[in-house]
Design a protein around this ligand. Structure first.
Ligand SMILES: Nc1ncnc2c1ncn2[C@@H]1O[C@H](COP(=O)(O)OP(=O)(O)OP(=O)(O)O)[C@@H](O)[C@H]1O
Ligand SMILES: [Mg+2]
Length: 343
């Protein structure tokens, strides 16, 4: 992959992407994108970079993986869409004649995938130069005249093997299934797309609000956040207002007052403690009730026939099955609750 123009110039030139993440409020995002593409930061930007990544210095080369863990309304989807426009429209990819490069964006569901595609289309349309590349737009694809298709998919999508990916962008990956009962786990999806990136050297990019201390996003954070992480895997973490200072402080304060544990994940960008995800369960525990809501560490696992039924069912019927367990079978309640909390 070869940029035709540095990302710093693209993000400031109004003829390219200069109108998309413009102004001071997008400074932190611009810093992360510039660093991830291997370009140098200014001293000011480096201070922001240190705060968000726990690393002293930007990587100095394009990273293979970027994972940004940020609170709600922190600009994740729009920043990812801008990066998609840069990678798809302003970089050259090693494709052979007749080979179409796919820039794949995966989101938890169809609705969120559509949001990312709308933002990406808007990024192209805001640029008098890039908009000339748009060849066709459908519900899930933005086809460019340079041989690249930007495609969005829900994380339940199965046909991930085969295409040549020039980059893969994962939106809200902490909310994909990481449960062993799910047909497509977050790790399985990423493992399926990594070989598609191998021939192009394209990046894997993840932006998500944090959720449980489990799954792909948590593992990336655990292994690579800070100075000890792989230099080519950049993990950043920040509160919503670190990345979007235009978000009202009052919104965050009120959310913390309503439900602190939830708001710490939603707006402060912090992973939830295990069992801390459900207010009714926490309240029951705090009140000392022997609540059936309390998360029992010793909840028995599902039986093998139940696991088989769940694995073979569609996502919708799997939810129904688990919900019926939750009301009928106390033994399965904790599994059902964990599952329901993810959907
Ligand atoms: N840094 C920023 N400066 C100005 N506006 C921003 C910034 N970040 C986000 N916004 C605005 O906030 C709204 C939400 O942005 P976006 O959808 O990209 O955030 P998100 O983190 O993906 O949100 P969610 O967590 O709900 O998915 C948009 O209107 C966007 O323009
Ligand atoms: Mg979003």
């Amino acid at each position: 992959m070869k940029p035709t123009v540095p990302i710093r110039s693209a993000l400031t030139d109004p003829g390219l992407l200069g109108n998309v993440l413009a102004g001071d409020s997008w400074r932190a995002w611009r810093t992360l994108l510039i660093a991830a593409m291997g370009e140098a930061l200014s001293d000011d930007e480096r201070e922001t970079f240190k705060k968000l990544t726990g690393r002293q210095h930007e990587p100095g080369q394009r990273v293979e993986e970027l994972c940004v863990i940020a609170g709600r309304r922190g600009g994740k989807s729009r920043a990812m869409a801008t990066l998609a426009a840069y990678l798809g429209g302003l970089c050259k990819h090693p494709l052979v004649r007749g080979e179409r490069g796919v820039l794949l964006c995966i989101a938890p569901d169809q609705r969120q995938a559509a949001i990312v595609l709308d933002y990406t289309t808007a990024a192209f349309e805001q640029s008098p130069i890039l908009k000339q590349l748009i060849a066709n737009r459908t519900a899930d694809t933005l086809e460019l005249s340079n041989g690249i298709s930007i495609e969005v998919r829900a994380s339940s999508f199965r046909r991930l093997r085969g295409p040549t990916f020039v980059a893969v962008i994962c939106d809200e990956a902490a909310f994909w299934f990481s449960d062993e009962l799910a047909a497509n786990t977050d790790t399985e999806i990423v493992n399926a797309v990594r070989p598609g990136l191998a021939t192009t050297g394209g990046p894997l990019i993840i932006a998500s609000s944090p959720y449980a201390k489990a799954g792909l996003v948590w593992e990336l954070h655990r292994q690579h956040y800070g100075a000890a992480g792989d230099p080519l895997v950049l993990v950043a973490q920040g509160a919503s207002r670190d990345l979007n200072p235009s978000l009202s402080e009052a919104v965050v304060t009120r959310a913390l007052a309503r439900d602190e544990a939830a708001a710490r994940a939603e707006y402060l960008g912090q992973f939830r403690e295990r069992g801390g995800g459900n207010r009714r369960r926490r309240d029951a525990a705090a009140a000392g009730r022997p609540a059936s809501w309390a998360q029992p560490a010793a909840a028995p696992a599902l039986g093998s026939w139940q696991r088989m039924a769940l694995k073979r069912s569609s996502i919708v019927s799997r939810r129904l099955i688990l919900r019926s367990y939750s009301s009928q079978r106390r033994a399965c309640r904790s599994n059902a609750l964990d599952f329901a909390a993810r959907v």
